[in-house]
Write a protein that binds this ligand. Sequence first.
Ligand code: TXA
Ligand code: MG
Length: 342
Amino acid sequence: QYAFTQSDLSPVQLDQITAAAQILRTGGIVAFPTETVYGLGADVTNPVAIEKIYKIKQRPIDHPLIVHIGNISHLHYWAQAISDSAWKLANHFWPGPLTLILPRSNRIPDSVTGGQGTVGIRFPAHPVALALLRALGPEKALAAPSANRFGRISPTLAAHVHQELGSTVDMILDGGACNVGLESTIVSFHDEIPQILRPGSITLLELEAALNNSVILAHHINNQSIRTSGSLPAHYAPMTPLRVYSNTQIWQQAFILAEKNLRVMVITWSNTNKPEFSNQFIEQFSMPEDPVAYGRQLYAKLRQFDQAEFDYMLIESPPDHPNWLAIADRLQRASYHSPDNN
Ligand code: TXA
Ligand code: MG
């Protein structure tokens, strides 16, 4: 799924990557594609560049950044006291959409981790990201949060980065649409049993199978002990109020709003209970029934509908199944500020 070769890149892309590496070396900021979402990259060893990232994102300075590496052998350069479980997951899932939270080495500046003793590390599986890391050279890595303003929807296309951050970044590398579409699964090894701090496309069951041991899902909403921005109850949010309803309630709610002349976007996946008649205030969109395809499209669709000036977006609650956990998590946070949510 994540296989690639250097030859997948065109000569133009390779030239742009060389230019991007030069910008990063001199303390600039480059947005780049990964298989999950677009990242906003800076040289991890340059505190001035790191500061720029927080400023561009308008992100509180105590929310740590993920460090992206281009080779598994670099892991112990940036982290230390790496447990057997952590190595197992790294060997099994990297390159791929998995971030490991580990004790940091002294090469990681304080500003990258928000002063915490741990660092999040990820070896991404995208030809452009990997070529960029290779061009940067040894003893370098990319500190990169998702390339959106704090609390907003992560970008899955270069155009999204352009719309949201435009001229505030020095360069945007275009690698097309992100294949996964949701941010990486984050696993912490702070306790004996590994914990998922943020669910992603690599599922709990896949992690357990790779470890041949149990993994738990951290119930991090309202838990302020570990500062992950993705763990704030409100995050990944569109501007349009978004509410999540079961399939049995969603149409009823849509008609209540339409009666008040409010424009409603109804986003479903199951396509049951769809009313026979139409309403001028209500539009409907069917998402894929498969969680992988759904995850790939979710953010782009939320952005698209956000720009269409609906008064509300109503989303059908996802199936109560482990493979839908990452989607359920993002929808819950995206809907947090909308009143009457259930
Ligand atoms: O898929 C991804 O992970 C994307 C791409 C660009 O790699 N990156 C991403 O970064 O989602 P960001 O900054 O938007 O989210 C990173 C999450 C945040 O919730 C952050 O707080 C958490 O990782 N994090 C980073 N370092 C951490 C640490 N030392 N301890 C706990 N959480 C950490
Ligand atoms: Mg983010």
